[in-house]
Design a protein around this ligand. Sequence first.
Ligand code: ZN
Length: 345
Amino acid sequence: MIIDCHGHYTTEPKDLHRFRKEQIAAANAKDKTALPSRASLKMSDDEIRESIEQNQLKLQRERGTDLTIFSPRASGMGHHIGDESISFEWSQICNDLIHRVCALYPKNFIGVCQLPQSPGVPPKNSAAELERCVKELGFVGCNLNPDPSGGYFNSPPLTEKWWYPFYEKMIELDVPAMIHVSGCCNPAMHTTGSYYLNADTMAFMQLILSDLFKDFPTLKLIIPHGGGAVPFHWGRFRGLALNNGRPELDEIIKNNIFFDTCVYHQPGINLLTDVVPVENILFASEMVGAVKGVDPKTGFNFDDTKRYIEKAPRLSDADRAKIFEGNARRVYPRLKTKATVKAAV
Ligand SMILES: [Zn+2]
């Protein structure tokens, strides 16, 4: 079985965009009377089916993957927009929509939630929505935004006590978080080209110099997009860790930090699988997402990452099995009750 741990619903029914546009306009105007109602949303099962079958499901079948761990569009979370109540309403709507996809295709998709984070609001306020999504909707994880400001990095580091009550809820529910920023409103950064990778790299550096995993030995965090700049600069991070009296990186990350394979070329995957322990790598494609289209050099889609894993020269079959399935089952323990049946192709 091949589990893709990083997929977003980027082909949502169009009325969701109408709703969000009206919601943002009302938030910007600070006019609560102009907020659209949830009841106004018109998204039929047929519309959802069509959007999935023509896109994510079609690609799963073509590429030979089985199950996608599926969350709302990351760049659309927009935690910097409006206040906490806006973020709460928007997150619940997006999470409920993911739940509908998972209910329509239970063998192909399993949910991960967006959190109702908002700038300056303690992360503990997102614990209730996480609990709702896990207990009521059967979700297996969450996307945790380290920078709800949308590009200004003014939140406390992920290792500060500010975040601890939320981690306690994650531990209680036995779910991991993918550290994932949203759309960027800082004009100096491109959302998927620089902001995402900057945040990934920042998170890793915060984590390796901290005692976070002494306080939470079972906390599991996934750093997406191949870990940002981390694998390429492994020597720099390793040296900084050792110079600060920390153990080897392999030891620091062992049970707690994982990287996905959303790296869109063969040499990048070769490097990732060369320097990061196989046990800490999870298969992912982030399709249909950040980099659409066909690589003219290979003739295959940039985000068709399965073929890079298959061709990575240093991996054994046993390594590939860990990356494709075994590691995901360890990191997302709640998968074991849900994802036991191989998807029908
Ligand atoms: Zn993503």
